[in-house]
Ligand binder design. Structure first.
Ligand code: UDX
Length: 446
């Protein structure tokens, strides 16, 4: 099939490469000529395992083309996919200006029947509104489909080619059938529904996953006070099939380009129909507060001496295996520390340039190695659970720190990592695993 994908952000690019892999002829369009130039020279502007190689293969086979020419892409395609960004407005609502503009341009370029598919995350009713907008600009026939995206950064290719489910929201049977053809051989996972329900499934899924995270984070906070271990609690809960083991990792809260944006947008969507989504409001509030979990620990350790201390920071990306720092908890945590007069030394295996570009404050020493960030620091905080950190020799690390204090915001380390060290080690919702430092560093009560 001939497909045009408008927008080469995360969703657009991964989808384009994966549809080409499934054997379709794909043209990816972006307004940004620099991005298109990078893609046309074999580069990939995002860090996503496996994507570059797969894109190269399809380009070589002539299945994948990148261009800034939207009209050309629309005319040569039967299926047009919208994958432009819907970033949040200050109110939390999704900004639909880009998608509206793209829909108008598509309508004006259409030269025959098309299926117009919305992959971007959009509020319920947007597909219908876009269809009206397009009908006011073209006499050509088209059908609308909502095809929400559920890919996770870092495993986007795997998620797209081996999805749990593919949701197709379509009013027209013919368009739904074309979507089934498009996804062959993944047809077993397809669920066809109406357009509004498909739009809602995306928001509801992300809101539910965010709820699981905030739930376990609150359980972790209680575990800290009652002396239980949240990792054991989560494991015990997860054996119940109705609960499931995933998304129950306590830490410093969720970040990234989806959960923070989509939870806020769903609260707004509900508000527009006079419904207050109380549970989701609390989920967002808990997530916000959880970012301060590590700061509260630093305060408990250093008290009024915290300003002036040097704190090493490991991990800046919102999660491992990505260079994405959008809404990363590390942004807020380090900004807060710097504002309090702390000197931060930060390291991340790949996200440092992106982080630095948007951090916007002085007071951080950017480090090229994990050990460098710990060198001479009064304490070390771990904010992203990169594999690299699990492999660090903690006995050696202890010698470079001024004081052996480690605050693990992601519960990465286990007792065996700390064996033979003198660390005062604190994590989230687990009893302190510190050995031999109890006299100097009492078990903290937060
Ligand atoms: C998410 C959804 O998983 C995906 O289906 C949707 O399409 C886009 O949003 P992504 O943002 O790539 O994907 O990351 P994900 O792996 O879901 O993690 C999101 C955040 O939650 C990260 O900050 C992660 O650290 C945090 N998280 C995740 C937890 O704190 N605990 C967990 O148990 C799981």
């Amino acid at each position: 099939m001939n497909i045009a994908i408008i927008g080469t952000g995360y969703v657009g690019l991964v989808s384009g490469v994966c549809y080409a892999k499934l054997g379709h002829r794909v043209v990816c369009v972006d307004k940004d000529p620099e991005k298109i130039a990078v893609l046309n020279s074999g580069g990939i502007p995002i860090y996503e395992p496996g994507l570059k190689e797969m894109a190269a293969e399809s380009r070589l086979a002539g299945h994948l083309v990148f261009t800034t020419d939207l009209a050309f892409a629309v005319r040569r395609s039967d299926i047009i996919m919208l994958a432009v960004g819907t970033p949040p407005l200050p109110s939390g609502e999704a900004n639909l200006a880009y998608i509206d503009q793209a829909a108008i341009e598509i309508a004006e370029a259409m030269n025959g029947y098309k299926i117009v598919v919305v992959k971007s995350t959009v509020p319920v009713g947007t597909n219908e509104r876009l269809a009206k907008l397009m009908r006011s600009r073209t006499i050509m026939r088209f059908d609308s489909v909502s095809l929400p995206e559920f890919l996770r950064e870092g495993s986007a290719v795997e998620d797209t080619l081996r999805p749990d489910r593919i949701i197709v929201g379509a009013e027209c049977e013919g368009a739904a059938e074309q979507m089934i053809r498009l996804h062959e051989p993944l047809t077993e996972q397809i669920i066809v529904t109406d357009i509004r329900s498909a739009e809602m499934i995306k928001y509801a899924s992300n809101a539910f996953l965010a709820t699981k995270i905030s739930f376990i984070n609150e359980i972790a906070n209680i575990c800290e006070k009652v002396g239980a271990d949240v990792t054991k609690v989560a494991e015990g809960m997860g054996y119940d099939k109705r609960i499931g083991p995933s998304f129950l990792k306590a830490g410093i809260g969720y970040g990234g380009s989806c959960f923070p944006k989509d939870t806020r947008a769903l609260i707004q969507i509900a508000g527009h129909v006079d419904y207050e989504f109380k549970l989701l409001r609390s989920v967002v509030e808990v997530n916000q507060d959880q970012r301060f979990n590590v700061i509260r620990k630093l305060e408990a350790i250093f008290g009024s001496e915290l300003p002036g201390k040097t704190i090493g920071v490991w991990g800046l990306a919102f999660k491992p295996n990505t260079d994405d720092v959008r809404d990363s908890p590390a942004l807020e945590i380090i900004r807060h520390l710097v504002d309090r007069g702390v000197k931060a030394k930060a390291y991340d295996p790949i996200a440092l340039p992106n982080f630095r570009a948007i951090f916007g404050k002085e007071g951080v020493e950017w480090c090229n190695k994990a050990e460098e960030a710990a060198q001479g620091a009064d304490a070390l905080i771990l904010l992203t659970e990169w594999d690299e950190f699990a492999g660090v020799d903690l006995a050696r690390l202890q010698r470079v720190l001024k004081q052996p204090i480690l605050i693990d915001g992601r519960n990465m380390f286990k007792e065996e990592h700390l064996a033979g060290t003198d660390f005062a080690y604190y994590s989230v919702g687990r009893p302190s695993l510190s050995k031999g430092v109890k006299e100097r560093m009492p078990v903290l009560q937060f």
